[in-house]
Design a protein around this ligand. Structure first.
Ligand SMILES: *[C@@H]1O[C@H](CO)[C@@H](O)[C@H](O)[C@H]1NC(C)=O
Ligand SMILES: *[C@@H]1O[C@H](CO)[C@@H](O)[C@H](O)[C@H]1NC(C)=O
Ligand SMILES: *[C@@H]1O[C@H](CO)[C@@H](O)[C@H](O)[C@H]1NC(C)=O
Ligand SMILES: *[C@@H]1O[C@H](CO)[C@@H](O)[C@H](O)[C@H]1NC(C)=O
Ligand SMILES: *[C@@H]1O[C@H](CO)[C@@H](O)[C@H](O)[C@H]1NC(C)=O
Ligand SMILES: *[C@@H]1O[C@H](CO)[C@@H](O)[C@H](O)[C@H]1NC(C)=O
Length: 347
């Protein structure tokens, strides 16, 4: 994230926090850790732009901390019906219809109780009040595709129960969604940008899925909406991997060419990294990056050869061990430094 770093280094320095945002609790936890300037258990936040009166100490108790050196990316999903779920569909009024499985008729509920268990340590239980304290006077924004929208909705559901009625609201301002927490002068937001850079799929609801065309060197239009946001969480991957090639422009906006998706993804991330370098103040803003969600684009991946191809009906148990989905490229995008990316395959 610092100026002199090459893209390799920047990606790598962002990586440790990247995959954790796959875990709902991980996101919150790491935001928490990264806003913390010192190891002391009681600390003050200095230098945040808004709200002199809001500079209250935030208490981080020992049980909130993850052991230094614990690799939170290595672990497994365990079924836990004592501490999970954190929220239910009924308790959270802010979910879109697409993700309300129970209301849509899903009969089982086993899937609600999976908890990520790192091999070497325990994650503290998510504490909505602590997150709100940290978000006081700030904006947290998730940028990306529907994977990221799910992260946004989860985050809203995780915190909304502790906010009284009338003190919270969700507004749609396409391509943004803004959840406002009045008493904390804080917001949790979502910004639809499935390629991070500009594309012909940027309309929040009416976007082309099949005829994708990406502007690999254009980010200014989106970037304007991200400027000054205190915590930014970016994600993009699966939209690139639809086919081995993708139509894109680089340089002339009229010269549409087919690019290898790997090349295109790298060029787009370079555009993004340059934006970060010029627009982000590392002292007052935090940036997270998540990539490489397993692909899930083809129905024939389900139970191939069993006669029920093309149907995920009755799939209700997590796939154990590494899984990437067809066509998912976890090759070394960033040279030797990119090894860290391959580590992600363990999740
Ligand atoms: C943490 O704060 C203490 C006391 O203010 C200071 O002595 C120490 O250098 C700080 N540590 C870091 C890593 O900033
Ligand atoms: C958790 O699941 C077990 C086994 O299905 C069941 O016996 C127990 O009552 C459940 N506990 C809660 C709190 O739902
Ligand atoms: C959706 O977008 C397409 C292409 O830009 C346009 O032709 C169509 O009218 C739009 N539909 C709606 C409902 O806005
Ligand atoms: C795209 O580039 C990668 C890495 O250079 C290469 O492995 C892959 O075969 C290329 N794919 C196509 C369709 O050219
Ligand atoms: C790129 O666009 C052309 C013209 O619309 C189309 O024929 C081609 O299939 C597209 N390529 C990809 C990879 O989508
Ligand atoms: C779905 O799973 C249940 C429980 O394992 C089984 O009894 C049922 O036959 C399955 N249905 C289909 C259509 O595979």
């Amino acid at each position: 994230m610092m100026k002199p770093l090459s893209l390799d280094r920047r990606i790598q320095s962002l990586f440790p926090i990247a995959l954790a945002s796959l875990l709902i609790i991980g996101t919150a936890r790491l935001v928490l850790d990264n806003l913390q300037s010192n190891d002391s258990r009681v600390f003050r936040l200095y230098g945040w732009p808004r709200g002199e009166k809001h500079r209250l100490p935030i208490v981080i108790s020992p049980k909130d901390r993850i052991d230094e050196g614990c690799n939170v990316f290595e672990g497994k999903w365990v079924w836990d019906n004592v501490s999970y779920p954190h929220y239910t569909e009924e308790s959270c009024p802010f979910l879109v219809k697409q993700v309300t499985c129970q209301r849509n008729g899903r009969p089982d509920s086993f899937y609600k109780n999976w908890r990520w268990q790192p091999n070497e340590c325990n994650l503290p239980r998510f504490d909505p009040l602590k997150l709100l304290q940290i978000l006081r006077g700030k904006r947290l924004m998730f940028v990306g595709d529907s994977v990221q929208r799910a992260q946004f909705e989860s985050m809203v559901c995780l915190v909304q129960s502790v906010i009284p009625k009338g003190k919270k609201s969700l507004r749609r301002v396409p391509p943004r969604k803004i959840f406002t927490i009045e008493e904390y002068d804080a917001s949790i937001e979502y910004y639809w940008a499935p390629f991070i850079v500009e594309s012909n799929s940027d309309h929040a609801t009416n976007h082309t899925v099949k005829k994708r065309s990406v502007k690999l060197d254009s980010i200014a239009k989106h970037g304007k909406e991200w400027e000054g946001v205190d915590v930014l969480v970016f994600e993009s991957y699966v939209w690139w991997m639809y086919k081995p090639l993708i139509n894109a422009t680089y340089g002339s906006p009229f010269d549409v060419k087919e690019y290898n998706v790997t090349t295109a993804y790298r060029l787009a991330l370079e555009t993004w990294a340059n934006w970060i370098d010029t627009k982000i103040n590392p002292h007052t803003q935090k940036v997270f990056f998540m990539s490489l969600s397993p692909t899930h684009l083809w129905n024939w991946e389900w139970k191939p050869g069993t006669g029920s191809d093309g149907n995920c009906f009755n799939e209700s148990y997590p796939i154990q061990g590494p899984y990437w989905g067809t066509g998912c490229s976890h090759i070394n995008l960033w040279g030797t430094q990119g090894q860290a990316l391959d580590k992600g395959t363990e999740i």
